[in-house]
Design a protein around this ligand. Structure first.
Ligand SMILES: [Ca+2]
Length: 198
């Protein structure tokens, strides 16, 4: 019984720490976040973002950590998601990046996350020189906000970037996204997807 209690306490502590750190980050108030002024928090609308697949809407009453999130939905398409406006970025630089995602309808069965499209132009014109920086993972538990975070280095010619984010699945998909970031020195933990204690 004692060991079980210790394990439970440990799991609770990890969950608490993970939640606390994730909730503490506010994309709008981080000077290092290149998306800080590109509607990263979706507090009022989804202005500045374009549709990747499905339809886009604003979920005013839902968000993480702050109210307001971007919603994408689709009856039969994949992926479902949105793409950011163009942001200036530096070449050969280590960045941290990520997004929080909530699967509302349970249709994002193949996973969710973010892809960074890098351009050698200053305005995201032309074809991407790379799309290899990604923060992805299994689909979140339905109805639970989950972090997808990673770090990676831009190419030697990168001058600008767009961030794509969303989910892949089948059937009806309805997801929400919030608190998007891309910046030097930003390192946030990935939420626990699952945990088994043997
Ligand atoms: Ca928000």
């Amino acid at each position: 019984m004692t060991r079980v209690l210790h394990v439970c306490a440990f799991v609770s502590l990890i969950a608490l720490l993970t939640t606390s750190v994730a909730l503490a980050y506010d994309c709008r108030n981080d000077p290092a976040n290149l998306l800080k002024d590109l509607n990263c928090d979706f507090d009022l609308n989804v202005s500045g973002w374009t549709i990747l697949g499905g339809a886009a809407a604003h979920a005013a009453g839902d968000g993480d950590p702050l109210a307001g999130s971007a919603e994408s939905s689709c009856a039969a398409c994949t992926p479902v998601g949105i793409s950011s406006a163009c942001a200036a970025a530096a070449a050969s630089t280590l960045y941290g990046y990520g997004v929080r995602v909530k699967d509302v309808a349970g249709g994002a069965t193949l996973g969710c996350g973010m892809t960074v499209n890098e351009y050698s132009s200053v305005d995201c014109s032309g074809a991407p020189v790379a799309s290899s920086l990604q923060a992805g993972g299994p689909s979140p538990v339905t109805g639970v906000w989950t972090s997808y975070n990673a770090t990676g280095t831009t190419t030697g010619t990168t001058q600008s970037l767009r961030v794509d984010m969303g989910c892949q699945g089948s059937g009806t998909q309805q997801i929400r996204m919030d608190n998007v970031y891309f910046g030097v020195g930003i390192t946030l933990p990935v939420d626990l997807q699952s945990l088994s204690v043997k």
